[in-house]
Design a protein around this ligand. Structure first.
Ligand code: NAD
Length: 508
């Protein structure tokens, strides 16, 4: 019998239970058991967490770069040495296999490492003698309190796209994690405390729409970084903008992998399986549409189907007698599992060919786990629901086209523009693809082209509302405000200076 733990907020450097009586169940997707009771914030709870962040903001913003950098390095070391604990928490609430959870932490850690270089990243410009006796320098100040609202699919990495840069730049943070896997956020808060971060700089607000709305409307909160589904991203962007905040709201995706006739088919088939079914397809950079160009389709579908049939589905935290793990875990909730299964029903009814059927899955795990196996559709057409909707599950749809031009037109007609990939051995074709597609992140023989931390992550079209991507130079820019200072110091040898002049100041 599993014990049910209480999961609350974190404010001012300590656990905070809040006063709201509303709660939500947190489940282990591999067993179906309720493992946690999550506090859902009331407006008063949210205000208390935001107030803790606001109280800490002035002192943290004035803390020296050297002191802030030391905390960043301490956090990096602690995270690196204890990441196994965090991965286990993620697997127990999200369901992804442990190695995948370790992978998301590693990618989040890259952003922490990037933010360790904040002194360099915040260097301003200086121009001497722009006018007689006048110099100019630029600087970037922190915003104050920043809000981060994250989705269920990366409970550690997505918050880490934002908070390392935000904190290093001198802001204080309120993180609102997903209700489905909220424990990682509290674990990270405890780690920050251990790393020496002053109380109130990193806070966690647990909850649902009520907590989100409190962040979007609070006059204390200066910016919102949101990641989640497109309808909510659009709502967050509009509401927070209306309340005068800076917003970056990353939304859903439908990522196409285009395979040209000259591609390495084994590489393409491996990549399609890895990117289509890794993390049970619950990744915003998952490949969900494979566009097979010209003669490539029959052989490619056969190779993908062969590989897909070998995948082992089961409890992402379990090990077999050789210490190995399964390939793919369960879906995050029963409701989501059923929704994805209904898409498979719909694809079949609308005439797509089911090559591998995940509804027949034989999972290694408890009967009540939220299991759904990898599913491969062939002969999908752009009018079918499996093509138009973001499924966010282990369902890969093959669309057959005759030409490169048709493939690019398909990618560009899609409402989303998060990621895409082209598989080819023709450098010229790849170069042309890179120029032709209206998508933010592009892979050439790389199926999941998530940029490294010192570049920026983000899509185009309805995959991103706002104009600033996450981390990299754009992240530093988002979490700071620019100032330009123009200074006159009178040279003691040239006194007196000045005199009356009411015309607009000119530089001479
Ligand atoms: P979601 O939109 O349901 O939830 C995201 C966040 O919004 C959560 O914290 C949730 O509590 C909150 N929320 C949910 N409904 C709300 C409402 N009505 N009002 C205010 N806040 C609300 O998304 P999810 O199911 O947790 O995550 C999956 C989605 O996230 C997918 O669409 C996926 O593509 C997207 N995603 C995008 C990226 C990206 O980089 N573009 C990355 C990861 C996930």
């Amino acid at each position: 019998m599993t014990t049910t733990k209480n999961i609350g907020h974190w404010a001012g450097g300590e656990a905070f239970a809040g006063t709201s009586e509303r709660t939500a169940d947190v489940t282990n997707p591999a067993t179906g058991e309720v493992t946690g009771r999550l506090a859902l914030a009331s407006r008063a709870d949210a205000d208390a967490v935001i107030a803790a962040a606001a109280a800490a903001a002035p002192a943290w913003g004035r803390t020296s770069l050297a002191a802030r950098t030391q905390v960043m390095f301490a956090f990096r070391e602690l995270l690196n040495s204890r990441k196994g604990e965090l991965a286990a928490l993620i697997t127990a609430e999200h369901g992804k296999v442990l190695s995948d959870a370790m992978g998301e932490i590693a990618r989040g850690q890259e952003v922490v490492e990037f933010a360790c270089g904040i002194s360099h990243l915040l260097k301003g410009g200086h121009s001497e003698g722009v006018s007689t006796g006048v110099d100019v320098h630029s600087k970037r100040d922190p915003l104050g309190v920043v809000g981060i609202i994250s989705p269920f699919n990366f409970p550690a990495m997505v918050p880490m796209w934002f908070f390392p840069v935000a904190i290093a730049a001198g802001n204080t943070v309120v993180l609102k994690p997903s209700e489905k896997d909220p424990s990682a956020a509290v674990w990270l808060a405890e780690l920050w405390k251990e790393a020496g971060l002053p109380d109130g700089v990193f806070n966690v607000l647990q909850g649902d729409k009520e907590a989100v709305d409190a962040l979007l409307e609070s006059p204390e909160v200066q910016s919102i970084s949101f990641v989640g589904s497109t309808p909510i991203a659009e709502y967050v962007y509009e509401t927070a903008s209306r309340h005068g905040k800076r917003v970056q709201a990353l939304g859903g995706a439908k990522n196409h992998m285009v395979v040209l006739p000259d591609a390495d088919l084994d590489l393409a088939a491996d990549s399609a399986v890895n990117a289509g079914y890794g993390s049970a397809g619950e990744r915003c950079m998952a490949i969900s549409v494979l566009v097979a160009v010209g003669s490539v389709a029959d052989e490619l579908v056969a190779r993908i189907a062969d590989r897909t049939r070998t995948l082992v589905i089961g409890d992402g935290g379990a090990r077999d007698e050789d210490g190995g793990e399964v390939d793919m875990g369960p879906l995050v909730t029963k409701a989501h599992r059923d929704k994805v299964a209904s898409f498979i029903d719909s694809g079949e009814h609308q005439g797509a060919k089911v090559v591998v059927d995940g509804r027949d899955v034989q999972a290694r795990g408890a009967a009540d786990g939220f299991w759904l196996g990898p599913t491969l559709f062939d002969h999908v057409t752009p009018d079918m629901d499996v093509y138009t909707e973001e499924i966010f599950g282990p369902v890969l749809s093959v669309v057959r086209v005759e030409t490169y031009e048709e493939a690019v037109a398909l990618v560009n007609a899609n409402q989303y523009g998060n990621g895409t990939a082209v598989f080819t051995n023709d450098g010229g074709a790849a170069r042309r693809f890179e120029a032709d597609v209206h998508v933010g992140m592009i892979g050439v023989n790389v199926p999941v082209p998530v940029p490294v931390a010192y570049y920026s992550f983000g899509g185009w079209k309805r995959s991103l509302f706002g104009d600033t991507h996450a981390h990299g130079a754009e992240g530093v820019h988002f979490f700071t405000r620019g100032k330009v200072v123009t200074t006159r110091w009178v040279d003691p040898a040239n006194r007196p200076q000045g005199g009356l002049e009411l015309g607009f100041p000119r530089n001479v």
